[in-house]
Design a binder for this molecule. Sequence first.
Ligand SMILES: Cc1cc2nc3c(=O)[nH]c(=O)nc-3n(C[C@H](O)[C@H](O)[C@H](O)COP(=O)(O)OP(=O)(O)OC[C@H]3O[C@@H](n4cnc5c(N)ncnc54)[C@H](O)[C@@H]3O)c2cc1C
Length: 454
Amino acid sequence: MGSQPAQSTRHHVVIVGSGFGGIFAAQKLKHANVDVTLIARTTHHLFQPLLYQVATGILSVGEIAVPNRIILRKQKNTQVLLGDVVDVDVTNQTVSSEASGHTTVTSYDSLIVAAGAEQSYFGNDHFARFAPGMKTIDHALELRGKILTAFERAELSEDPEEQARLLTFVVVGAGPTGVEMAGQIAELARQTLVGAFRNIDPSMARIVLLDGAPIVLPPMGKRLGGKAQRRLEKLGVEVVLNAFVTDIDERGLVVKDKDGNQERVPAYTKIWAAGVSASPLGKILAEQTGTELDRAGRVKVNPDLTIQGHPNVFVVGDMMALDDVPGIAPAAIQSGTYAGRIIKDELSNPGASTSQRKPFKYLDKGSIAVVSKYSAVGRVIGGKVPVTGVVGWFMWLAVHLFYLVGFKNRYSTLLYWLFAFVSNARTQLNVTEQWMMGRHALEEVEERKKEIGT
Ligand SMILES: Cc1cc2nc3c(=O)[nH]c(=O)nc-3n(C[C@H](O)[C@H](O)[C@H](O)COP(=O)(O)OP(=O)(O)OC[C@H]3O[C@@H](n4cnc5c(N)ncnc54)[C@H](O)[C@@H]3O)c2cc1C
């Protein structure tokens, strides 16, 4: 075990997580009189909203993930540590993290916890083996492998039933991620891959989008959800609503409708886009401080985003529960920036009292989901103004490019998009066996390690 001393006697801020919340908090502290340590379990900051484009061959990993060290290299007061934070001790003000079998204990004066959310299978964790979620680069590459291998295997098969199973793609969850995935698989099958196979017609692929809710994109309302549904159906996506997945295995899944009828859907590719729950670090914080968690495991924070009785411990982004602030990127950016600013301002004004903090105010900029090329639905300007179709799509493009600002590769992203959207071609259609099998192999190694006690 090692310990990570503060680099000087200056106030030490530890940030957990390199998502939107963590990176924006760190950047806000650039010119503050502090030392910052950012601890993250991945080496990169990931632009999650574009993961589905990596999964469906439009973008490469480098377009949506940038190494934390590169983002923060000019920020001299900041150190980046690779580590999975496994414990937080709010009494002794330390954070314990593990990487490559090495445990590091880092002490803090202020702590910003921005560990985000994880895929939730609503208590059916075994579904994960057969239906990967969409939270990490590994997920996106595994799904790309799965989707494209489905076509390859169908080309090799001579059994029409097996071909149909291989060419059935089921996306569970009709929120923005599910809608975007279903739309992109449909475009891949019916546009990009047309003419590329000899024994199968990729455009015959069956793409099913399932949800327990009665409408697509529930937070956007019935009208916009209806528009998205009609657009998806035009692309040949089967939208099945009021339907619940009761089981998933290697060869397919079982779906129950609202009348309780069960149907088995044979499908090679199953994608889970149905739910998230906050990082388990929330539970650790709650147990130590008596703070409550909401149903999604998010930490109920004070108006200044701190935990009750701990004005130096901030919880931001997808991990925090505060009023109706949603779990989306702008909320994480704004809350991370807020926490960084509070720390910076109070240190430059030693007379300031934590009780005088101005509460966090979320500025709702709305949200947009892409349904297909040149078609998106959403709400902008405080969520009040609906946008649809090509106008919505161009707004989505502009917003995503804006949030990629700071990444040098935003220009290459634009080029990839031009290429994909103008010509229907995709440059990232390569897959390897390892991308598909890596997660299972690692899980087996971990199980084996447990069995033999190492
Ligand atoms: C597929 C997908 C599509 C999305 N689309 C949109 C969209 O179109 N628009 C939108 O506004 N939002 C979208 N979102 C939501 C948005 O990405 C999140 O709200 C945002 O990323 C939250 O930021 P965060 O910093 O709280 O968490 P995250 O961005 O999830 O970052 C969490 C960080 O913490 C790290 N971490 C986690 N646990 C630990 C630990 N124990 N130790 C160390 N590090 C840890 C992670 O590796 C990661 O770096 C989407 C999300 C997904 C998954």
